[in-house]
Design a protein around this ligand. Structure first.
Ligand SMILES: Cc1cc2nc3c(=O)[nH]c(=O)nc-3n(C[C@H](O)[C@H](O)[C@H](O)COP(=O)(O)OP(=O)(O)OC[C@H]3O[C@@H](n4cnc5c(N)ncnc54)[C@H](O)[C@@H]3O)c2cc1C
Length: 343
């Protein structure tokens, strides 16, 4: 493509990106595949957009790309097999990818709005429940399971919304205390009602997708239960009887100690099983650390007829993905949101 600006003539190199469902869009050499898709109205799976999680992972079938940052999140085998992160890759040639877009699903555009702390309450030694109050005219919409960026004093961090809708114009978050964490220090030691924070969102694509598969498995570690709770609350309140009729829900939630468990599911309309997995050895009867991914293959489920939503630690997500896709789960039936270091 040629663009004239004043007397100058610029050559803009545009490469063609093609997806597995034949969607196509152009991408400039200075744009990431994710950005150019978004500009063209093509929505791709994503979460952190900083090459730290693998939600936007895609396999290159033909063509080549340049990565912006190291893609350490991908294994050596994945790299050898041609996987890239669309948020971190600029095309060097025309590209064909093995992924599809979120065809038919609408992504609510993100916006930045002010919010005030309504309350901040300690749930466990290292988890607080934060409730934010939005301005009456905020008109903030989101899909259950999405996250936002909270901005305070120049610090910006991502947090998943634990509600499925605004309740009295308020949003709830579960926030963990990270050692030496800047935002953790604020939330655990200084935050008080009426503090003003900016909020950017909604973000990410960790929301429920309609499926004909019968089993829906939710895997969470720690505060990773927040978006899963939101999705389950949404089922309880909004799903039709027909949607729930054949749905079998399994929730596995991992924590380090019994004291880390700060929530219990109560869903009268759902057919669900709930298991807590405590990894800290002294507080658990076993001798070794036990993680939720160690339990997956003991579950009596037809993995071909299952969709998995996993949220929390990246190790749990990667390990679960590898185990389950080796046991029959379709790789396109695994959705995840890794709580990686943000920004
Ligand atoms: C999409 C997304 C959603 C998230 N949702 C939540 C949520 O609902 N609740 C929640 O508690 N957190 C969530 N996080 C993590 C959160 O954004 C911050 O990373 C976390 O709160 C730490 O911020 P901080 O400023 O306290 O620590 P920082 O000052 O950023 O870091 C302090 C130390 O902790 C380490 N660290 C920071 N973040 C992490 C992490 N996520 N995992 C392991 N080590 C880390 C750093 O390497 C550093 O050594 C989410 C992250 C993402 C990407």
């Amino acid at each position: 493509m040629h663009v004239t600006e004043g007397a100058k003539l610029y050559q803009i190199n545009m490469n063609q990106i093609k997806l597995a469902n034949n969607k196509q869009f152009k991408c400039g050499v200075e744009q990431t595949i994710f950005e150019s898709a978004k500009s063209a109205g093509v929505h791709l799976e994503h979460s952190c957009l900083a090459a730290r999680c693998s939600s936007c992972k895609a396999r290159v079938i033909s063509g080549s790309v340049a990565s912006i940052h190291d893609e350490n999140i991908l294994t050596a085998k994945e790299k050898a097999d041609g996987y890239i992160l669309t948020c971190n890759s600029k095309p060097l040639t025309d590209i064909v990818l093995d992924i599809e877009d979120l065809d038919g699903l609408t992504l609510i555009p993100a916006k930045t709005i002010p919010s005030k702390i309504d309350s901040v309450e300690k749930l466990t030694e290292d988890i607080v429940k934060l409730i934010l109050r939005l301005p009456p005219n905020a008109d903030f919409k989101f899909s259950a399971g999405q996250y936002v960026n909270l901005i305070y004093n120049g610090i910006k961090r991502s947090y998943s919304i634990a509600n499925h809708r605004l309740v009295d114009n308020k949003l709830t978050f579960f926030i963990k205390n990270y050692t030496n964490g800047l935002m953790s220090d604020y939330f655990f030691n200084h935050a008080k009602p009426n503090d003003l924070l900016r909020m950017e969102g909604p973000l990410g694509t960790f929301f429920y997708r309609e499926t004909k598969k019968q089993n829906i498995v939710f895997l969470a570690t720690g505060t990773g239960i927040a978006p899963i709770k939101a999705i389950l609350d949404d089922f309880q309140e909004n799903a039709s009887d027909a949607q729930l009729q054949n749905m079998k829900v399994t929730i596995l939630w991992g924590g380090r100690a019994i004291n880390d468990i700060f929530w219990a599911p109560k869903y009268s309309r759902l057919n669900f099983k709930f298991s807590q997995v405590i990894s800290k050895p002294k507080l658990y009867k076993g001798e070794e650390k036990i993680y939720i991914q160690d339990h997956l293959l003991d579950m009596d489920l037809d993995w071909h007829d299952t969709v998995v939503y996993a949220c929390g630690s990246n190790a749990m997500i990667q390990d679960s993905f590898n185990k389950l896709t080796n046991t029959g789960l379709d790789k396109n039936s695994f959705y995840s949101d890794a709580f990686v270091v943000s920004n």
